[in-house]
Design a protein around this ligand. Structure first.
Ligand code: FMN
Length: 185
């Protein structure tokens, strides 16, 4: 599959078949991340793969416990519930963590974004679906404690064989993206 096709075909997949993901495919996803560019070639990313159902349920419970009765949360925060369900049902999740270094925060986050996109694209080629989940950040401290890690959680990527085929989500047109005058638009 060429890169353009993978870019076009990738969707956030939130429903998965129960079929487990082969370990070798999970390693190919990590390999795609490993080869990503990074600011000053720092390669600040680290990964943890979870496939154990009871651990995934515990993670999902930690996220759901964020909600306290009587508090009116904005809609974007309520999506934690959906993400928690995705985590409990996905055959695998890959935690993406970063080294803690305040001098490099922004550059390292950008680098990790590039790594995560590589992961999601290679998954398409492997016939897998992924969704990038940042909702884990609301319970970051609790989840880092659960993982027993000194590294900082940036996101997690749920992985599995797709059980849905969503249409492409809306995108802005090219002219909408250009600010000011260019030779082309
Ligand atoms: C940085 C980032 C964080 C995201 N976090 C979440 C999330 O927490 N939960 C979720 O369901 N989707 C999440 N997504 C997926 C987006 O909702 C999705 O990419 C967007 O709606 C476009 O849809 P598409 O990926 O199918 O093209 C995230 C995507 C990115 C890039």
């Amino acid at each position: 599959m060429d890169v353009k096709q993978a870019i076009r075909d990738r969707r956030s997949i939130r429903l998965y078949q129960s079929k487990p993901v082969e370990e070798q495919k999970l390693y190919q996803i990590i390999e795609a991340a490993r080869l990503a560019p990074s600011a000053k070639n720092r390669q600040p990313w680290r990964f943890i793969i979870e496939t154990d159902s009871s651990r995934k349920k515990q993670i999902s419970d930690i996220m759901r416990a964020f909600f306290k009765e009587g508090v009116d949360y904005p809609d974007h925060v309520k999506s934690i519930n959906l993400s928690a369900r995705i985590i409990s049902r996905a055959p695998a999740i890959i935690w993406v963590l970063k080294e803690r270094d305040p001098n490099w925060d922004t550059s390292d986050l950008l680098s990790i974004g590039a790594a995560i996109e590589n992961m999601c694209l290679v998954a398409v080629e492997l016939g897998l679906g992924t969704v990038w989940l940042r909702d884990v950040c609301y319970t970051q401290d609790e989840l880092e404690e659960f993982l027993g890690t000194q590294y900082e959680i940036v996101s997690c990527v749920a992985v599995g064989y797709p059980a849905e085929q969503p249409e492409m989500r809306p995108r802005k047109t090219i002219p909408e993206l250009f600010l000011g005058k260019t030779g082309v638009y």
